[in-house]
Write a protein that binds this ligand. Structure first.
Ligand SMILES: Cc1cc2nc3c(=O)[nH]c(=O)nc-3n(C[C@H](O)[C@H](O)[C@H](O)COP(=O)(O)OP(=O)(O)OC[C@H]3O[C@@H](n4cnc5c(N)ncnc54)[C@H](O)[C@@H]3O)c2cc1C
Length: 448
């Protein structure tokens, strides 16, 4: 029996932990957030209760395994009390990094730091009540640009138009660098917001870009059957904010008002071209200004360099020599030393940022875990730290952690809080509030 640290308790980390634990090894999961689940808890749309609860049950089953230990509230990073060199001192036989894609893709635009400009992930964390984002200012104005045309854009528009407790957004414009045929969202997700689509504005926009689409053999007459089936349905506009699309343009500069908040977005006008069977775009020297007071980038994320793994071109470096037939490699590679970091692996969105749904992250975690199990067959035994000792060492460093029993107390405390408030669910949006709730729940339960 060997010991494996799994860093990150999203779907990829937890399903990797399960497979390694069922292979007969001790697994210690270290997770930045107090609660497990990653984006399944703090990313998936808040009202998708059924899916979220189903996943929570599966995660609880993983954490119920006696040889899976959980330490929540522990970030492994060059910027925190626990770094990768520290983890190495504890001598696990292998480490699996399942930290997701916590880095932000910066576009390097002038004015990018203006108030009212947000990365989608941070905003999604905010409305899903993840500390510290839950308590940060993500004020939304009346005119919102969402950059990107995938499911995350749809989730954000859905939140702003339908479920935000205070709905300020009157005009949401989706800024897309390519055209309507390159929309990446799932139609069933778009159904949630289709009633807000300003159809007249959409038709006007199609008319404007028709000549540019024609240049690559696309015909606006096919948009409804292809990517926007809402156009085949009878119009059923509801009151509230309106949703528009601005195709074939890319953000170029952000301008702000005297208070430092975005008040205008300059975009470059793009043209399309065909590239090995797919459609690419390139900027022209023409620009346009969009009158917006809020801007949210939903263009995918990148790996977080501060974790301390070898990093290149927005991703952790993996060993090209151990890539499988699909080109996927799980073993971390040091490009400077020119060798693999033995026993260190990446899985899920940490390995390939913003890649697909939970099922894909699960599969990736399990394939990565299979690689780890194979490695462990011949890995030297050594003496690794136990979960108990690790806990003591973290306490010495002043790191407060949450264990599996604490999580159960937290779940009950949140359920009772939801009941008391008469709402379907409640999440504490501060780490301190969660820790206090755990202690209060323990006291309450030990008193009966
Ligand atoms: C807005 C949004 C909506 C989505 N909606 C859906 C949906 O409806 N259905 C669906 O199937 N999929 C959905 N997905 C995709 C799904 O959430 C991902 O496929 C999946 O969560 C990726 O899993 P992961 O474990 O690789 O990463 P994550 O889920 O991001 O988990 C990463 C974990 O690592 C931890 N961590 C991060 N940094 C550190 C560190 N330095 N040290 C220790 N721990 C760390 C985090 O606390 C977290 O627990 C959505 C994604 C987004 C962004």
């Amino acid at each position: 029996m060997k010991t494996v640290f799994v860093v990150g308790a999203g779907p990829a980390g937890l399903f990797a932990a399960q497979k390694i634990a069922l292979g007969g090894h001790e697994v210690i999961v270290l997770n930045r957030d107090i609660k497990p689940g990653g984006l399944a808890e703090y990313g998936i749309y808040p009202t998708k209760d059924k899916m979220k609860n189903g996943l929570r049950k599966q995660f609880a089953k993983v954490l119920g395994l006696p040889n899976v230990h959980y330490l929540g509230g522990v970030a492994v990073s060059n910027e925190s009390a626990l770094t990768i060199p520290h983890l190495r001192e504890f001598a696990p036989q292998a480490m699996v990094f399942a930290v997701g894609a916590q880095g932000t893709k910066k576009l390097g635009l002038p004015g990018e730091d203006a108030r009212g400009v947000y990365a989608a992930k941070d905003f999604v964390y905010h409305y899903n009540s993840l500390p510290p984002f839950a308590a940060q200012d993500f004020s939304i104005g009346k005119r919102v640009a969402i950059v990107g045309m995938g499911n995350v854009m749809v989730d954000i528009a859905h939140w702003l138009l339908v479920d935000a407790p205070v709905k300020t957004a009157e005009d949401i414009v989706v800024v897309a660098r390519r055209g309507p045929f390159e929309a990446k969202f799932d139609v069933k997700e778009f159904n949630y917001i289709e009633k807000y689509l300003d159809r007249d504005a959409f038709q006007e926009e199609l008319k404007r870009i028709q000549p540019l689409l024609r240049a690559v053999g696309q015909d606006c007459a096919n948009v409804a059957d292809d990517t926007f089936p809402v156009l085949n349905k009878p119009a059923d506009r509801v009151s509230g904010g309106r949703l528009r699309f601005r195709f074939l343009c890319s953000p170029q500069a952000i301008h702000s008002d005297a208070a430092g908040r975005i008040d205008r977005l300059t975009v470059s006008e793009n043209v399309l071209y065909e590239r090995e069977g797919s459609i690419g775009c390139k900027a022209t020297d023409q620009t346009a200004d969009l009158d917006v007071d809020t801007m949210i980038f939903a263009i995918g994320d990148v790996a977080d360099p501060s974790v301390g793994l070898p990093y290149d071109r927005d991703a952790y470096v993996t060993n090209p020599e151990t890539a499988d037939t699909k080109g996927a490699s799980y073993e971390i590679f040091d490009p400077q030393g020119g060798h693999a970091l033995e026993g260190i692996y990446a899985v899920g969105w940490a390995r390939k940022a913003s890649d697909g749904l939970v099922g894909i992250a699960r599969h990736d975690g399990e394939v990565g875990a299979a690689n780890v199990l194979k490695y462990l067959e011949t890995a030297p035994d050594g003496t690794s730290i136990s979960a108990q000792e690790l806990l003591a060492r973290l306490e010495q460093k002043g790191v407060q952690t949450v264990n599996k029993a604490d999580l159960e107390h937290l779940t009950r405390a949140e359920d009772q809080e939801a009941q008391a408030r008469g709402v379907p669910w409640h999440k504490f949006g501060h780490d301190d509030a969660m820790l206090r709730a755990i202690e209060a729940q323990k006291a309450k339960e030990s008193a009966v």
